[in-house]
Design a protein around this ligand. Sequence first.
Ligand code: AMP
Length: 173
Amino acid sequence: MTSNDLASLVRNIPDFPQPGIQFKDITTLIGNGPAFNQVISTMVERYRNAGIEAVAGVESRGFIFSAPIALQLGVGLVPVRKPGKLPADTYQIEYELEYGSNKLEIHRDALTPGARVLLVDDLLATGGTILAASQLIERAGGSVAELAFVIELTFLGGREKLAGYPVFSVIQY
Ligand code: AMP
């Protein structure tokens, strides 16, 4: 399957969750076994010999991809979650959205000091979410090796905002 074939399996939902947003629905991609497998294999091959010591995933859709990648790399999985979900002591970060703000948390003891972390989410849009998650990884003592996405909306310029962090995506629009 080419990257174009994978892209054609992502469903576009106009005006969701609000007018003017074209939502990239990945349920149609992960519902296709060979396509899901290929997305995960592409990531695993890329990072197999990259010295990754932990994989972190951003709630919620990031979990779908980060878990099988961690499993196949043979390293642990660290959840970056919405506030109030993680039960032990956390670090919290607040970041600005187009309208309002969001918060993310990580367990303070989730990483061994200096651990090389692969940070995974489903989609890179403006980059605000993953930048906040990267800062959390660093506060917890980790080092961000690369930011990996299934989908990148290149026209939003997230990659430029993330200058300093290597960025990889499987599908680009
Ligand atoms: P951003 O912080 O702008 O990079 O937005 C990234 C986060 O919002 C990711 O967790 C995505 O799942 C979600 N997101 C943003 N835009 C879209 C979109 N057009 N379709 C699907 N998810 C999106």
